[in-house]
Design a protein around this ligand. Structure first.
Ligand code: ADP
Length: 397
């Protein structure tokens, strides 16, 4: 019996299979270079076992996700015993979903209504779920949401200072990266100790998308991302916090259409926009160009500013935890952020920081209060765990 996890993006399908306890991984892989772009290399499907042993690498004949998922379903039939549940990563669950849900017609309808709130992510997740439901009809198909972890936030934390009727229309702070935050939050008492782990912890997820979340006693109480995945920290190609007056000016005085503005904010800003070189932190760190250094500096400044602002919501801070690609690998960025927060009492251990690459580790001086940590995230593992818990709760159903 197996749980399959599926994370369907615009050009990449990431999947993993777990035993149905949701804890022991069996295999993982991805199908990349999908979608309309004909200039990309041909679609590539590869998979390996949990221990790293190579299982498959092949080129697919077509770029469309439907064909790709058909190949995935057929291949899985030969590799794993029957798939009990498929845990689909769906970015937006709106105000309704604070937990995983079974993907029936009503759930699909509601989630499709949320597409305008996450136009770059929601359609791919839902399309992947619909297709795989046809390919694997015997399995339970569940939606697990990036917004769900944040539904514990108070109503005040979810508000913008806009008229009440707009709040009621759903214009509120949702928060994202919830699967990642929940995975890290569930480890806090064990890694940081009961007292600090259940205290006031800020987790910073620094990947291509980046955000920060204040967690108190394991629950989200505030986050830097709000209505969409644009707000807050500077990201690979997204701008983060911006004066909304800039958007009015672009529209009214520079003749930007709404499509131009979306393209600017989602695809041409952030590290890419500021450096003019790349959205990729590794490449910027390797570059001696002043524009690359400027982008990295601004990234650190904006992250520090958002973290400090979240400390107001948590009423203080006992620990800061870095996670995701940049957070787990970049000692330079971690140091650049912590340097700007020393006034909060942080004392980085430069050697521990330098040596920590994608492992759970304390990177502050023994006397530092608050303390500093790296905890690698694993969204696939969280998807599998949520499905296993759902199956257990609905065993008799
Ligand atoms: P995604 O949000 O797509 O899941 P990841 O969490 O994998 O992204 O993070 C991708 C980011 O991590 C990229 O900017 C990449 O350059 C950065 N990164 C990965 N390894 C390193 C490294 N060794 N040093 C600096 N940045 C790194």
């Amino acid at each position: 019996m197996t749980i399959l996890t599926l994370n369907a993006g615009s050009a990449t399908l990431k999947f993993a299979a777990y035993f149905d306890d949701g804890e022991r991984p069996l295999l993982h892989g991805q199908i990349e270079h999908l979608g309309p772009s004909t200039s990309d290399p041909p679609p590539r499907f590869y998979a390996c076992r949990a221990d790293g042993q190579h299982l498959l690498e092949t080129v697919l004949p077509q770029r469309d996700p439907e064909t790709a998922l058909h190949h995935l379903a057929a291949w899985l039939e030969t590799e794993v015993s029957s798939v009990t549940a498929v845990s689909h990563r769906i970015v937006h669950g709106g105000p309704r979903y604070s937990r995983p849900t079974l993907l029936d017609d009503e759930a699909f309808d509601y989630l499709e209504g949320l597409v305008p709130l996450a136009p770059l992510h929601q359609p791919h997740g839902l399309a992947g779920a619909r297709i795989l439901q046809q390919q694997l009809p015997q399995a339970r198909h569940l939606a697990c949401f990036d917004t769900a972890f944040h539904r514990t936030q108070s109503e005040l934390q979810q508000r913008y200072a806009l008229p009440e009727e707009l709040f009621r229309l759903g214009i509120r702070r949702y928060g994202f990266h919830g699967l990642s935050y929940q995975y890290v939050a569930e480890q806090l008492p064990q890694v940081l100790g009961e007292r600090i782990g259940r205290g006031r912890v800020i987790i910073v997820h620094l990947g291509n998308g980046a955000s920060a979340c204040a967690v108190v006693n394991g629950r989200s109480i505030a986050s830097s991302m709000g209505f969409t995945a644009l707000e807050g920290l500077m990201m690979g190609s997204r701008c983060g916090r911006i004066d909304p007056g800039v958007l009015l000016y672009l529209q009214d005085s520079l003749d930007f259409s709404s499509a131009d503005i979306a393209d600017l904010l989602y695809r041409r800003s952030g590290l890419l926009g500021v450096s003019g070189i790349s959205h990729d932190m590794r490449q910027l760190q390797a570059s001696a160009h002043p524009a690359a250094r400027r982008a990295v500096e601004l990234f650190c400044l904006m992250a520090a500013r958002e973290i400090a602002s979240l400390v107001v919501s948590s009423g203080g801070i006992d620990a800061l935890v870095f996670t995701a690609g940049i957070g787990e690998h970049s000692a330079l960025v971690r140091a650049g952020i912590v340097e700007r927060l020393e006034w909060l009492g942080f004392r980085l251990d430069p050697e521990a920081n330098h040596q920590t690459i994608a492992t759970t580790s304390c990177i502050s001086d023994p006397g530092s209060q608050p303390s500093l940590w790296v905890i690698p995230t694993n969204e696939e593992a969280m998807l599998a765990r949520q499905a296993a818990r759902w199956l257990e709760e609905h065993q008799s159903a």
